[in-house]
Ligand binder design. Structure first.
Ligand code: NAD
Length: 494
């Protein structure tokens, strides 16, 4: 059970706050409410950053870049290690802040905070291993050095589903590379980002290197995209807003876009059925399906289709749904707002109207605990077709559609029948099937016989309408560098 007093003290300290040039201050702009999605209670208000405050934050980041980019990598690495230590030491408090604004159960939120700490340590180590290259020349007496230089000021614009990690990957990679950053977190989950800024201050990260501006995407986010001193936009969010950013960015600048998905899972006749069901239940329903790599649709070989459906239905029914602050170990908490809940309901109604069969869930859990929050039971629908929204659009809720298939080529064609290309999953034990699936699935991430596509030291990114660029791994760090070719005539060997 959480400690109400310390949580409300933590949130009170962040009311109306902006973090600019190493200082917290009260924003001058209009206030926006932040709600607890499990109860509907207003937790507090944030300030919508004004044009003047945006200017001050970008200018602070711009000035800080000159010194931060020249710091020894070891110095930047030490700062990141300190940040990681401070975050893990306060993980429970930060997790409760996240649960209060986002809804996921505290234990799950704490896991996310600890993964942010891990990202700090990972990028601290990577910071000291940024190597250039000496490349062969076309004439004697020349040497070509390919060096990596930090891009400059980064604007990080992030969604509400993973309020710590999605800020953190951009923050850690920026700090490691020598970039400075202005973070604009989602309107629903600003307090987690401000709590991260508190840790940056405690870690002694120099003023201006990290800044946090709260407010609406269409105003504060858009102003950052358009700012001439912002050299890179690192965006995670919906495909629609990502495309809008690409279209409206008025200068040439680096963009990385981590966007939406509509992720498939294929279960072949050779699969370990119980493992596949366990994976499907985890990746369809964790964080109420509000994850860009959630399994949206499952194709199951006809020979095991009835068994798979009954086991997945039972697994969904066994998951607990609760207020995540009161029940830290619940499987699912509240959904983050009415919007994803309404979309999930619309996808469910559409599927049922077009002939899908309800296997589990389909409604809110019953009882007073759920009366004022955005709750939904994990839901499975069967006999789905690609005419249904659940099979063709990103649901972003605790709903998964299932369909049978007869041969693997058909399953792969169905899995790839989408404008998205973020993550895909497959369960199979036959080696030929495994190779056919890993080669044939047109996705940036393919997880086979597991459902955890993202690990810290491998690149994570989408293709097609799921985005451009990578986070995680060495590739994620390279997104924050320009390459410079220095061609030097030394005359030796002429
Ligand atoms: P969203 O696109 O509505 O908002 C994301 C961020 O963009 C928010 O901070 C918002 O304020 C800001 N924004 C909105 N309009 C803007 C504008 N005109 N200019 C600049 N910024 C603007 O997304 P959301 O609803 O917060 O998040 C859910 C979406 O994020 C889903 O589609 C999900 O798949 C996607 N997502 C993708 C990944 C990934 O790694 N590919 C990870 C998590 C979430």
């Amino acid at each position: 059970m959480h400690n109400n007093n310390s949580l409300s003290e933590s949130i009170t300290a962040l009311q109306g706050a902006l973090f600019i040039n190493g200082q917290f201050r009260q924003g001058a702009g209009p206030r926006l409410p932040v709600e607890n999605p499990a109860t509907g209670e207003v937790l507090g208000h944030i300030a919508s950053a004004t044009a003047q405050e945006i200017e001050e934050a970008v200018s602070a980041a711009h000035h800080a870049f000159a010194a931060w980019s020249r710091e020894l990598p070891k110095t930047r690495a030490s700062a990141l290690h300190r940040l990681g230590d401070l975050i893990s030491a306060d993980a429970l408090n930060m997790a409760q802040i996240m649960t209060a604004e986002q809804g996921k159960p505290v234990n799950e939120a704490k896991g996310e905070v600890l993964k942010l700490a891990e990202a700090c340590h990972f990028y601290a180590e990577e910071a000291t291993r940024v190597h250039g290259e000496i490349v062969p020349n076309d004439q004697p007496g020349f040497q070509s050095l390919v060096v990596r230089e930090p891009i400059g000021v980064v604007a990080a614009i992030t969604p509400w589903n993973y309020p710590a990690e999605l800020v953190g990957w951009k923050l850690c990679a920026s700090l490691a590379a020598g970039c400075t950053i202005v973070i604009k977190p989602a309107e629903l989950t600003p307090y987690t980002a401000l709590a991260i800024a508190q840790k940056c201050l405690e870690a002694g990260i120099p003023a201006g290197v990290v800044n946090v501006l709260t407010g609406q995407g269409s105003q504060v986010g858009q102003a950052l995209v358009e700012h001439p001193q912002v050299s890179k936009v690192a965006f995670t969010g919906s495909s629609a807003v990502g495309l809008h950013i690409q279209r409206t960015c008025p200068q040439v600048k680096r963009l990385s876009l981590e966007l939406g998905g509509n992720c498939p899972m294929v279960v072949t006749a050779s699969a370990d059925l119980d493992a596949a069901v366990k994976g499907a239940a985890r990746r369809s329903f964790r964080n109420c399906g509000q994850i860009c790599i959630a399994i949206n649709r499952i194709y199951v070989h006809r020979s095991i289709y009835p068994a798979f459906l009954s086991k997945l239905g039972a697994a969904a029914d066994a998951l607990s749904v609760h207020n995540g602050l009161e029940h830290p170990a619940a499987d699912l908490g509240a959904m983050a707002s009415a919007e994803p809940l309404n979309k999930t309901r619309a996808h469910l109604e559409d599927a049922l109207a077009k002939g899908a069969r309800l296997i589990a869930g389909g409604k809110a859990p019953e009882g007073a605990e759920y009366a004022n929050g955005h709750f939904m039971r994990p839901t499975v629908v069967a006999d789905c077709t690609h005419q249904m929204l659940v099979m063709s659009e990103e649901t972003f809720g605790p709903l998964v559609g299932v369909a049978p298939f007869d041969d693997l080529a058909e399953a792969i064609a169905l899995a790839n029948d989408t404008p998205y290309g973020l993550a895909s999953y497959a369960y199979a034990r036959d080696l030929t099937e495994i190779h056919t699936l890993s080669a044939g699935l047109d996705y940036g991430n393919v997880a086979i016989n597991n459902v955890d596509a993202g690990i810290m030291n491998a690149p994570y990114g989408g293709r097609k309408q799921s985005g451009v660029g990578y986070e995680h791994g060495r590739e994620g760090l390279l997104e924050y560098f320009n390459f410079k070719h220095v061609r030097l005539h030394h005359g030796v060997g002429n």
